[in-house]
Design a binder for this molecule. Structure first.
Ligand SMILES: NC(=O)c1ccc[n+]([C@@H]2O[C@H](COP(=O)([O-])OP(=O)(O)OC[C@H]3O[C@@H](n4cnc5c(N)ncnc54)[C@H](OP(=O)(O)O)[C@@H]3O)[C@@H](O)[C@H]2O)c1
Length: 274
């Protein structure tokens, strides 16, 4: 959508673990307005940012542009209720899997019946840690363009963003790009093992597997050609790649397994949010 604005909006980052920490690193590299991180674990934050162990430690005059919800979904409720009392009309960006806008709004208003939050959802992935993330976002109809642009800028600072029109499509985003890095890591594991079975030393097999995935990913990212065309360019008729692809592309192999696995992930995402 938009390129990152500089500086990025001020945030109250609630939860600075795997995902929150990855995003925070990217934001600080892009210049973030003075912000507060709310996390129980000690960490060093450069000035002008501030660490708070509890909501009571957040400076009284601090009004974040966006509150980021990056705690485990099952741990979020008491914090949501407390946030609602302190920031009743906040813009919230939730990266929590399986919590719908409605369930988050209900919990917020349980904490403060007068609260009118605007809650935008995003599903980022762990490559955000190296600025190569992929996030899908959804905003309810009453979110303003400014609120959407602020959330987009934050996630754009750690990778690419796409917006989906309907909230249930966040489950599809989860199944492709949210969980997707794990599928690729599995391929790396299996290629490495297969290399060892072919007689290569473990370190050599590991380097070959990792760098091949990295190089193929970088080529996919840069090339305007379709993935199918890039695949054809490596596949000479009757050659070695063709032999392997006959097995991968058998009707009951990847063409069946990949959509089935993605559908299972999407189904689980849906179950978790209901
Ligand atoms: N990891 C991923 O690949 C990924 C991808 C997309 C989305 N997400 C979403 O991101 C969210 C966070 O996941 P994560 O893997 O980053 O979790 P995490 O590593 O456990 O990070 C959460 C952090 O927040 C802290 N925390 C929790 N409740 C708090 C509270 N009330 N006050 C202060 N600090 C609090 C936790 O401390 P304690 O350890 O003491 O609880 C922890 O340091 C989840 O909702 C997940 O669905 C994760």
């Amino acid at each position: 959508m938009t390129a990152p604005t500089s500086p990025l909006p001020s945030v109250l980052l609630v939860g600075c673990g795997q995902m929150g920490g990855a995003m925070l690193e990217g934001w600080m590299a892009h210049g973030l307005k003075p912000s507060v991180v709310l996390d129980r674990h000690d960490r060093t934050l450069p000035a002008p940012h501030h660490l708070a162990a509890t909501l009571e430690d957040v400076p009284a005059d601090f009004q974040p542009d966006v509150i980021i919800l990056a705690v485990k979904p099952q741990k979020a409720d008491p914090t949501l209720e407390a946030l609602a009392r302190r920031f009743p009309n906040a813009t919230l960006l939730s990266v929590m899997a399986g919590r719908t806008v409605q369930s988050l709004t209900d919990r917020y208003q349980h904490g403060n019946p007068q609260a009118q939050p605007v809650i935008i959802r995003a599903m980022p992935n762990t490559p955000c840690a190296i600025g190569a993330g992929m996030s899908g976002l959804y905003a309810p109809p009453h979110a303003t363009d400014t609120q959407k642009a602020q959330c987009d800028a934050l996630l754009h600072a750690v990778g690419e963003t796409v917006w989906v029109e309907r909230e249930e499509l966040i489950d599809s985003v989860t199944a492709i790009s949210g969980s997707g890095p794990a599928y690729i890591f599995l391929l790396a594991e299996l290629l490495e093992k297969a290399g060892v079975e072919q007689g290569l030393p473990v370190e050599t097999a590991r380097t070959l597997a990792r760098k091949t995935i990295y190089g193929a990913g970088a080529l996919l990212n840069q090339s305007p050609a379709e993935a199918e065309e890039l695949r054809r360019r490596v596949t000479s008729p009757g050659g070695t790649t063709a032999e392997a692809l006959k097995i991968f592309m058998a009707p009951d192999a990847w063409p069946a397994i990949v959509p089935r696995a993605v559908a299972a992930a999407a189904r689980r995402a849906k179950e978790l949010s209901t």
